[in-house]
Design a protein around this ligand. Structure first.
Ligand code: FMN
Length: 178
């Protein structure tokens, strides 16, 4: 039963690759700022590796989240499927930050542009017409490795919740009170 839950999570994350409207394609990435404050934002899940339980996202290397991750590499990824009333909270550690020129070259032109603003994301502008782009890109792939998975499905008569921890190379799960 616990194994089925973990397998369902995996299946859903894998589906995001081909089903662009899958609810898990957009994930809330929560970090802790260098000041110790919580911060959350939506990002796109670009890849899930079922063998290693790693999640990849793309970002601009100059975004504030990078400073946060460099100070506190442990993050939480929050997935929610509104159709199944299912929430999955994944605690994970950022294990790689990579400027991947080959992968950048594969992105659509419009997507590439997102990583080429003249000034870092979050810099104040007098107006949106002041936004400028350069030839230089700050495309970065972040890889997060899961260390804990907290699964919750609301259903009647009983909700279902299970927590899995990655210990000594394997997942150990147990049901918990929802
Ligand atoms: C639908 C949606 C998808 C987004 N996808 C990404 C993404 O894949 N990567 C990313 O860095 N920011 C993405 N963003 C923007 C982030 O939510 C955030 O505003 C930005 O990364 C700056 O975050 P930071 O200032 O906390 O570093 C997305 C925003 C929305 C609304």
């Amino acid at each position: 039963m616990l194994d089925n839950i973990l397998r369902d999570c995996q299946t859903a994350w894998i589906k995001t690759k081909t089903k662009k409207n899958h609810p898990f394609r957009y994930v809330t990435l929560s970090t802790v700022s260098p000041d110790g404050l919580p911060e959350a934002r939506v990002v796109v899940l670009r890849h899930f590796d079922a063998a290693n339980y790693t999640f990849k996202i793309y970002t601009d290397a100059r975004t504030p989240k990078m400073k946060s991750i460099n100070t506190t590499p442990t993050v939480e990824l929050l997935f929610y499927d509104h159709r199944k009333l299912t929430q999955i909270r994944v605690k994970a550690t950022c294990e790689e930050q990579k400027h991947d020129a080959a992968l950048f070259a594969q992105q659509h032109e419009a997507a590439q542009k997102d990583y080429t603003t003249a000034v870092p994301p979050g810099t104040p502008l007098k107006g949106m017409d002041q936004l400028e782009y350069t030839e230089e890109n700050h495309f970065t792939v972040l890889t997060f490795k899961a260390i804990q998975i907290d699964y919750l499905r609301l259903k009647r008569p009983n909700h279902q919740r299970a927590i899995f921890n990655f210990n000594a190379g394997q997942w150990e799960g147990s049901f918990v009170t929802p």
